[in-house]
Design a protein around this ligand. Sequence first.
Ligand code: SAM
Length: 184
Amino acid sequence: MPLLPVWVERRSPTGRHRWLPCGKRIASVASCGRSDISVLTMAPRISSRIASFVDALPLEPGFRVLEVGCGPGVAAREISRRIGSGTVVAIDRSAKAIRIATDGSKPEIATGRLRFQHVAIEDFELRSGEEPFDIAFAMRVGALDGRHPELRKCAMNRLKAALKPEGLLFIDSDIPVRGSEIDD
Ligand SMILES: C[S@@+](CC[C@H](N)C(=O)[O-])C[C@H]1O[C@@H](n2cnc3c(N)ncnc32)[C@H](O)[C@@H]1O
């Protein structure tokens, strides 16, 4: 039997919670013995933050979508279920994040419509002959949200090269930008 990744839901006294991979793998549901942590053997459910973001994207059947900084792959999985024959490529510079995303997305990957790739956006490029994207987006990714201004120009150049001219880039709550309008 394949071992399943373990996710923990951490709850603070104020009721806020978030899902974190704890790095363990188990064969079946288990308890870790702490009352503030519950243990599941499945990928995390979609949070209202991610669901709202995905709901706001102008997704259409057949679209090609690029997610930058996908983390455990929650949004990428959800989008792959909403775009019919379209495809999602979800990248992250963290090998661990890509491993967790891949482990939690086996059915979606098997459709051939979702692919995870271990690469930083500063190094990302389309594969030979690969069609550019209709939509690219990033949530809480430092290279694009202003936390790492030294990486932003390079990241935006890579996104411009990967998007169709009429394609749209969504970064957090910023106004979307067309591929053709991204500054060189
Ligand atoms: C705060 S997490 C957000 C994960 C997910 N987007 C979400 O909103 O839940 C940021 C993710 O972006 C990834 N990341 C940060 N800088 C990146 C870069 N330059 N290129 C690709 N991924 C990056 C990190 O490894 C991490 O998985």
